[in-house]
Structures are given as C-alpha cells and as structure tokens.
Write a protein that binds this ligand. Sequence first.
Ligand code: GLA
Length: 373
Amino acid sequence: MQSLSVKAPGRINLIGEHTDYNGGFVMPAAIQMAATVHLEKRTDREIHLFAEDLQESYTFNVETISKSYTEWANYIIGVIAQFQKLVTIPTGFHLRLKSNVPIGAGLSSSAAIECAVAVAINELFAFGIDRMQLTKMAQKAEHEYAGVQCGIMDQFASMFGKKDQVILLDCQSMHYQYYPLVLEDYDIVLIDTQIKHALASSEYNTRRKECELGILQIQKTYASVQSLREITMAMLNECIDQTAMPLVYKRCKYVIEEIERTQAAAIDLQENQLAAFGQKMFATHDGLSALYEVSCAELDFLVKEVKHNPNVIGARMMGGGFGGCTINLIKKEATASVVQKLVASYQNTYQKTLVHYIVSIEDGAGLFPSVSI
Ligand code: GLA
C-alpha cells in the first residue's frame, strides 16, 4: 500500500480511575471524537509531519529520531521510535494529522494520536504487529516522549473500543470483556471545566510513586505482593501506619476501594441497576477528591451541583484529574436543562463558559476509507 488513513478515538471511563497502573479494573469506552492520520510513502528516508489543525509541519530523517521541542510532534515521533526498536522502517513518509478530540479535557487526545499512528505505520509497511503490542507501543510513546507514566487504559480503549459497548479490562491479566451499555433514557454527558491545571502530569507521576511506596511498605510483611490489586484493607491497616505515612495510606485506601467498586459496578451494569451504578460514580468522585487528591475546585463544584438532582444518577471527575471533564449520567429529557443550569452557575462562580459533549460509543482504531482528511 502506498497511502492510507486511520482513525483512532478518544475515550471515556465510566468507573475505575487511577487503577490501571495498580493492576486493577477499568471500564472505558471509545467515543465519537477521534484523531485521523493520513500516511503516504516517500521514496527517500524523510518523515514529514503536518498538523492540519495547527497548520504546522515538522520534518526529520528516519535515521535521526529524537525528542522534539514541538509538543504535538512528540506523540508521533514517540510511536515511530517504538517501531524502530522492533523493525526497520524501509522508507520515509508524509503524515497528516487532524483531530477533534478536545485537548486537555481528559478524553485522551494524545492516546488517540498515538494509536492512530501505531495502526497506520503497521498497516502502511505491513509489519503485522498485533493490536495488543501496538497498544503497549503507544503507551510507551507516552512514557518516553510525553513524560507521563500513564497506565494502559487510554491506549487500550482507543484500540479495542467497540460500538455501544464498554470494556471491563483487568489491567493485571489484560483480560477484557465487553458489556453492552444499555442506558435506555439516560445520556452520557461530559461537562468540560475548560481548565487544565499545570500540575496535572507531575502530580500523576507523583501518585504512581506514592502507590509504589505503599507496595514497598507492604512488601515488608507480604514479600510476594506486586500491586495494590493484591491488597485488602485489612492488609493495608496492618502494614501502613496512618499517622506515619498519611499520604501513602490515603492513596492506597482509595485504590483498594476503587478496584472493589469497579468490580461491583460491573455487576450493577449487568443487572441493569443503573441507580446503584450511578451511586458508585459519586463515591469514586469522593475518593478521588478526598483520598487520592487529584480533583480540583472546579470539578468538585460541577459534581456537587448535580449530586442531589434526581435527573442525574451519577457524576464524577474523569481521567487523570486537575481539570478536564466530569462524566454524568443524565435523564435524556433533562439533559438540556441540567446543562443550562450548570453553565449559568459555573459562569457565575468561575467566569468561564462550560462546554458539554453528549457521548456516543464507537469502534476503536481502524482504517478509514477516505484518503483526504
Ligand atoms: C490518565 C492515564 C490513564 C489512567 C487515568 C486515570 O488518563 O493516561 O492511564 O491512569 O489517567 O485513571
């Protein structure tokens, strides 16, 4: 093939936050907003990148791949570098990128780019690398070129998403199961705070370290333990002194509870117990805010505003935190009025205009028939 286009979506996560890098469960799904790349082989060894939305280009040679000061280019270069560890890229290529996944909204705009690029290069040169490995390569690109020690959830959802289904992924075994998402008269609505606090990625890496410190402490008593997935509250209480290590204790407590909550929420979903599912979303938010401390005033405000509204059965901050979106389950007939009220109160409090998205759940990354993007 000389040229092709690939589309890879952003994601939502219904429940199971900050559990992926702790060997826990997550419940993401791919959404309608996506990154699209068009690739065309060149006859020389040059790689020409062009970001349509920014009207910016970036050029380098296949032989001289290195991290760039151009932020968007790093998501692509990072993926190319992963291929180079495994295979020889035989020729250069043009790559045009376009995306409608909002940036900084917690919808994994970067994973969408990484996954689109990974699938596209694999197809263009017929490397035959399987999807699970491509997913891990996309995650590695984020670690090595974007500097965020992310878990596997975002790239997995973008690669393995299925229309109208959520995925229950066990991040320890990487086993996954699709569940049809039957929300009947409820919408999934994302409310975008329009802010992204600067400490988001550094705090993310700090949370990972705090969880690792917890494991190290627990290993003093339970030497074989590898992740928080294997820890019960009783073990935590036995091994970590709340007064000596208050932060580590809180982080671990949240993760242990969230892993259990996500498994229980999967049962709610199977049994169509939406109200119980929604209550767990609120509980997740409380944990993320009070124990894991990755929320912020704006996200807490949006959840508090809807918590006692009978038309909203569940809401919480979504993704890494420190800004981005809340995810809400809202009775369809009330969506417009709930959003309108939120827009007004948010404007009043934060002098910012909220943006909202009604989510549809779509397929994961794949070849895209149109060659012009
Ligand atoms: C970000 C990371 C994911 C996951 C979430 C929190 O989106 O990329 O791997 O850890 O935060 O659940």
